[in-house]
Structure formats: structure tokens, C-alpha cells
Ligand binder design. Structure first.
Ligand code: TRP
Length: 426
């Protein structure tokens, strides 16, 4: 058995793990759609500004807490504010990622099913009714949720270095390559032109104060902030690691992947003559339909691209789900002195049951989703920013975060409140 805490083998490995947590459905469906609705390239410019000046400071706050305390979320808060009641809020930071993981695993399970179908038989024209029948069939989605959660558990069980680090080191390059292959397919489809201009035509007339709020919310979601995953992964960084540099690199990876995903998806959507829609519907109903429709000319290629696409979704979802799982495992092994194996089993039991409830009752699914995205995530972010900006040793944090310190202290809190408020008006 290993003594002490495990660490990533380099800062670059930590960046890849954090990029893995960040890259997910937020990049694949949410970003392309928001770009198109909010002024194309003009939105991308504003998004870049928001990510670097408003979202990254929140990332730095989580990161500096994790790296300096070398603790799980609960332990970190106890170390920074010993004896205070904030400790109990620490428990919430353990529960939030596990609630997200529960319903995230249900969606991960759908992607496993879609990967399976695209390999075995391909889709027929009526993908929407396939989706509705499948998700309401009870046993199928439950089995897929179980498979997805088991995959996540096996990776986490292997540990920080030989599980999480290794999986991300392989997956992140693979994800980029897969997405680029899909771009090549997509932009060469006849009729893809308007989809390309949907992404690049800057329409400044669409820019309003609201655009900034959307861009900020998207950056917040995409960088997986407020959930304690950045904190936990940063706690596996060595004492001399540069927090600001690692954060900037993570944001660059996340942003690049989002832009590539936009060029993979929108040209295909337009080539098929479909209105780009928001939400999971785009991935589970619209896109498979496109693969069917485009398949008339070159069935084999479309089928192969469908397989690659759903493989991308499954892998992107796994690199995120392991980060949430690890928050719970770090807590149980360090605070409750459990073995890693026992911790993995306990987290599995909790998230499997909650996920099963979400899988069967769509009301439970939406409840968990809106509870976490509208309240718990913004609340968690506010807590981390308060601790890093106002509670920790000032000279230490200033030194670590130079030149971003005042952003953490003064800019991040109002930015988070703005995100919280706009969540309600969107
Ligand atoms: N960033 C993820 C995406 O873009 C979604 C997400 C939000 C997330 N919060 C998270 C992933 C916490 C892992 C942990 O899809």
C-alpha cells in the first residue's frame, strides 16, 4: 500500500486531467449552439475575454486552495477555516459532484447505447422515436447507466497516476484527433457552407450585455467550476507547480476543443437542412438523423463517422465523470480513512442508486440537474473564491496567483453572482 498522497507525474499531466474534466458535452453541444445564436465569431471573441478574465480567476481560486492544502475539498476547508461552521459547507462540496455524477452517468449511458447501435446496426430515419422509446424503456437505460458508471469506477480504482492520469493522457489526444476527422467529413458535405459561416460570421448587432452573461455562464460550465474537481485535481499537483500557467493551458485546451467541435457539428447540421437546436436533443436526435440522411451517398463513411462521433462523446464523458468520482473518493480515503477500493465501492453504491432514480423518473433527473446547475455550483464557486480571496494567507495567495490575485478577490465574486442571476432569466 502507498503511503501519503499520490501526485500527478508532471504539471502537464495535471493540465491534461483538468482539460479532461473540462471537455465534455458543454463543448460539443452547448458552445456551437450558443455561438450561432449570439453573433458567431463576435460571440467567440467575447467568450475568450470572459474565459480569461472572469472564469479563470474562479479556477485559480479552487486551484490555489487544492494545491496549498494538499487535501480533498472537505479537508481543505477545514484547514483554511479551522473550527468554523464553514466546515459543514465542505460536506456540500463533496455531495454536489456526486449528484451531478449520478445524472451525468445516465447521459453517459445513453451515449454508450448510441455507440453500440451505431456499431451494430446504424440508425434508421426516425431517430426521435428511437430516443423516446429507448429513454423511457426502463431496463435499457438502467443497464447503460450501470455500464458507464462501472467504466468510471474501474479507472478511478486504478489510482491517480495509473488510472486518472493514464486515461487522460491517452484520451485527450484521441479526442482532438477524432473531432478533427469529423470536421473533415462535415465541412466537405455538400451544403455545409452556411454552417461554416454560422460559426465565423461576426454579427456585432447581436451583442448585448446579455451576451456577456451567456459567455460567462458558458465559461463557468465548460471549465467545470464550483464543483471541487479543479480543487481535488490541483491537490495532486506538486508544491512548486505554477497554478496560473496550468489554468491558462487548461482553458486553451478547452477553448480549442469547443471551437473545433463547432466546426464539426454546425456544417453537418446545415448540410442536412436542419435548424440547429439546443439541448441534448441535438446530439441524440438531430445528429444521428444527419448520419442517416448523409448516408445515402456514402453509407459506409457516414456510418463510420457516426461510430467515431459517439466514441468521442463516450470518452469525453468519461474524462469528466472520473473527475467527479475522484472528489468523493479523495474525501472518503482521507477523511474517513477508507481504502481506495472501499471508497470506490461506497461512491458507486450512492451514485448508482441516485442515477437509477434519475434514469427512471425524468422529474428526478431535471430536479438534480437544476439543483446543481442553478444553485450548488454557483454556491460552491462563491465559497471557493471567498476562501482563496479573503480567508487564506494573503501574501501566499498573492504570490501564487500573481498577477491574477485582485481578479480572484474583486472580480470573481460579482461575476459569480451575475451568473447566478442570469441562470434565472435565461
Ligand atoms: N465541463 C463539463 C462540460 O463541458 C461539464 C461539467 C460541469 C463538469 N461541471 C462539471 C464536468 C464538473 C466535470 C465536473 O461538459
Amino acid at each position: 500500500m502507498k503511503l501519503g498522497r499520490e501526485h500527478f507525474s508532471s504539471d502537464f499531466a495535471a493540465v491534461l486531467a483538468m482539460a479532461g474534466s473540462a471537455i465534455g458535452l458543454g463543448n460539443i453541444w452547448r458552445f456551437p449552439y450558443m455561438t450561432g445564436q449570439n453573433g458567431g465569431a463576435a460571440f467567440i471573441l467575447i467568450y475568450i475575454v470572459c474565459v480569461f478574465f472572469l472564469a479563470l480567476p474562479i479556477f485559480f481560486a479552487e486551484s490555489v486552495i487544492g494545491r496549498t492544502t494538499q487535501s480533498n475539498t472537505f479537508g481543505a476547508i477545514r484547514k483554511i477555516a479551522p473550527g468554523s461552521r464553514l466546515k459543514w459547507l465542505g460536506l456540500l462540496t463533496v455531495i454536489t459532484p456526486l449528484v451531478i455524477l449520478s445524472y451525468y452517468s445516465v447521459v453517459g449511458g445513453w451515449s454508450v447505447e448510441y455507440l453500440f447501435v451505431s456499431i451494430c446496426s446504424g440508425f434508421d430515419e426516425d431517430v426521435s422515436s428511437f430516443f423516446n422509446e429507448f429513454t423511457s424503456s426502463g431496463v435499457g437505460p438502467l443497464a447503460c447507466h450501470t455500464v458507464f458508471l462501472l467504466l468510471t469506477a474501474f479507472i478511478v480504482l486504478e489510482g491517480v497516476k495509473s488510472g486518472i492520469e493514464k486515461f487522460n493522457k491517452v484520451s485527450i489526444p484521441v479526442l482532438f484527433v477524432l473531432m478533427l476527422v469529423i470536421v473533415a467529413y462535415s465541412v466537405t458535405l455538400p451544403g455545409s457552407g452556411p454552417g461554416i459561416s454560422y460559426m465565423i460570421r461576426p454579427d456585432f448587432s447581436q451583442i448585448t450585455p446579455r451576451t456577456f452573461a451567456y459567455a460567462m455562464g458558458q465559461g463557468f460550465f465548460s471549465l467545470s467550476l464550483g464543483v471541487g474537481t479543479v480543487l481535488t485535481y490541483s491537490s495532486y499537483m506538486g508544491g512548486r507547480s505554477g497554478i496560473v500557467r496550468a489554468g491558462i493551458w487548461t482553458a486553451v485546451f478547452d477553448l480549442t476543443f469547443a471551437i473545433i467541435a463547432g466546426f464539426a457539428i454546425m456544417p453537418a447540421v446545415f448540410a442536412a437542412g436542419i435548424e440547429p437546436g439546443a439541448g441534448p436533443g441535438l446530439i441524440f436526435e438531430t445528429l444521428p438523423y444527419i448520419f442517416v440522411k448523409m448516408g445515402s451517398g456514402s453509407a459506409i463513411i457516414s456510418r463510420a463517422v457516426a461510430v467515431l462521433f459517439f466514441l468521442t462523446i463516450v470518452v469525453a464523458a468519461l474524462t469528466s465523470s472520473i473527475s467527479m468520482y475522484e472528489v468523493g473518493v479523495a474525501y472518503l480515503t482521507e477523511e474517513k480513512k477508507m481504502s481506495r477500493k472501499k471508497a470506490v465501492i461506497v461512491i458507486f453504491a450512492f451514485t448508482w442508486v441516485l442515477g437509477a432514480v434519475c434514469s427512471v423518473f425524468s422529474g428526478a433527473f431535471s430536479f438534480c440537474d437544476s439543483l446543481t446547475s442553478n444553485f450548488l455550483m454557483t454556491f460552491g464557486a462563491l465559497l471557493f473564491v471567498y476562501l482563496a480571496g479573503w480567508k487564506m494567507d494573503k501574501s501566499l495567495v498573492r504570490k501564487e496567483l500573481y498577477p491574477a490575485y485582485s481578479f480572484v478577490r474583486y472580480v470573481a465574486p460579482p461575476a459569480i453572482i451575475a451568473i447566478f442571476v442570469t441562470n434565472f432569466i435565461i
